[in-house]
Write a protein that binds this ligand. Structure first.
Ligand code: SDX
Length: 432
């Protein structure tokens, strides 16, 4: 990182500090506070890390004000239109688009890691059939740390790459098997003659009883959804993966933690929550009632799929998904899908509303994704599992980047202590 100048701080009690300022390639400069405590005896205070850069990264850049998202410098809109998920995964992992030979080898290597150890299927049986797929994925991915523990040295780049390929390859199998388990159907094994998204759809909907042909339109639409969800800078689940990985823990354990973090409705769980919200709204004429609730501080209801910590403009992923929704639903003969019509009217009214305008609340990636997935026949409970499947590429790339970063060390934030001062123990008989 280039260091161009510094910031001088002075504060109560004659505190003085001079802190280096660093520039990145794009985006805000950073004030390097690593010496702040040594120079001032003070910590920074930033709940939710609204103004904190936790690392340097060359993977994804977001300009929240302009609504721009770049993977290794390439616009998400271009990748969604012109690339495919595994090629984008290669770009995110290795920093460059693959040439022909690199592309073919990467696809082959991922394809030949899609099977799970035969014992893994028995892990599912410990769960009730109605267990949420995200709970199953946390458990099964975490369990992989037991299957690949002995021969995994996280300090070995070759071991890290094998773990990376295994995770990216096996997530579709794990997600599809979570679905099959929930409906009591037999697991369908991955096939090496199918593409990545195609294989996932086949494992989700095929049965041993007959040949299942994957609709190429659905496979392409799902592949595009994977691209849009692949990475997103230092979001909550990626930061979780980095923090777990910073202790030297197994990458499978780190990914399991990332899945757990993503599940929350404020994060990846929002795609499921959006569809449930649209179901609850039911008709366009009830939109004002729900918008009023969203604006009411005393009502915990929030407009799911709206707002973002970083985007203070339209999430470019939401724009691609809105356009894709029109195309996919028309192809599926659902040109007048009621949920899509409510979503579009809700967006229109909200974006004209002062409350949303003042707070710069726009649709985010989760607002339209669930409508497409539902129209494709994917059950609501699987939406966040699909988000986790795609985000595994970003989680693994960010984990690898963290492991190679000489500045990284075990993550260990401090606090502003507001508890009681030191006091002597009170014997039971003297307590009130
Ligand atoms: C993802 O970080 C990432 O990159 C995440 C993600 C990724 O790809 O990894 O992009 C994926 O998680 C997308 C976000 C999905 N979540 C939702 O759609 C849930 C609904 N959205 C909100 O919960 C909220 O907008 C967050 C959690 C997304 C962002 O919250 P912030 O940044 O902490 O913002 P905030 O809560 O401080 O809100 C600022 C104001 C508040 O009002 P005031 O107190 O100023 O009066 O905006 C209001 C909030 O009440 N607000 C909303 C709202 N979101 C924010 N009011 C109504 N409905 C909403 N959706």
């Amino acid at each position: 990182m280039s260091e161009t100048n510094s910031v001088r701080l002075s504060g109560p009690g004659g505190i003085e500090a001079e802190l280096p300022v660093h520039d990145g390639t794009l985006g805000p400069r950073v004030m390097d506070v690593r010496r702040l405590y040594a120079q001032t005896g003070m910590f920074t205070y930033d709940p939710g890390f609204t103004s904190t850069a936790s690392c340097r990264s060359g993977i994804t850049y977001i300009d929240g004000d302009a609504g721009i998202l770049l993977y290794r410098g390439y616009r998400i809109e271009e990748l969604a239109e012109k690339s495919d998920f595994l090629e984008t995964a290669y770009l995110i992992l290795f920093g460059e688009l693959p040439n022909g030979a690199q592309r073919l080898k990467f696809i082959h290597d991922i394809t030949y890691h899609t099977m799970l150890h035969e014992q893994v299927q028995f892990l599912f049986r410990g769960f009730r059939r109605d267990a949420h797929p995200m709970a199953l994925m946390i458990a099964v991915v975490g369990a992989l740390s037991a299957f690949y523990h002995e021969d995994l040295d996280v300090e070995d780049p070759h071991h890290r790459m094998i773990a990376t390929y295994r995770m990216i390859a096996k997530m579709p199998t794990i997600a599809a098997w979570a679905y099959k388990y929930s409906i009591g159907q037999p697991f369908v094994y991955p096939r090496n003659d199918l593409g990545y998204a195609e294989n996932f759809i086949h494992m989700m909907f095929a049965t041993p009883c007959e040949e299942y042909r994957v609709d190429p339109v659905l496979a392409k639409a799902l592949d595009r959804i994977f691209i849009l969800h692949a990475d997103h800078e230092q979001n909550a689940s990626t930061s979780t993966v980095r923090l777990v990985g910073s202790t030297g823990a197994s990458p499978y354990a780190a990914i399991a933690a990332g899945i757990a973090s993503l599940w929350g409705p404020a994060h990846g769980g929002a795609n499921e929550a959006v569809v449930l919200m649209l179901d609850e709204i039911g008709t366009v004429d009830r939109i004002p009632e729900f918008l009023a609730r969203a604006k009411d501080r005393n009502d915990p209801f929030r407009l799911m799929g709206f707002g973002h910590r970083v985007y203070k403009n339209y999430d470019p992923r939401a724009a691609v998904l809105k356009q894709s929704a029109d195309q996919v639903l028309a192809t599926l003969g659902q040109k007048h899908n009621p949920k899509l019509e409510i979503a579009k009217e809700l967006e229109k009214i909200a974006l004209e509303d002062e409350y949303f305008q003042e707070r710069k609340l726009f649709p985010n990636v989760d607002f339209y994704s669930g409508i497409i997935l539902e129209a494709m026949g994917i059950p609501t409970k699987m939406f966040t599992a699909i988000f986790a499947l795609a985000r595994t590429v970003g989680w693994m790339a960010q984990w690898n980047e963290m492991m190679l970063d000489p500045e990284q060390k075990i993550g260990r934030p401090r606090q502003l202590y507001v508890g009681p001062g030191e006091r002597p123990f009170v014997p039971l008989e003297e307590r009130p």
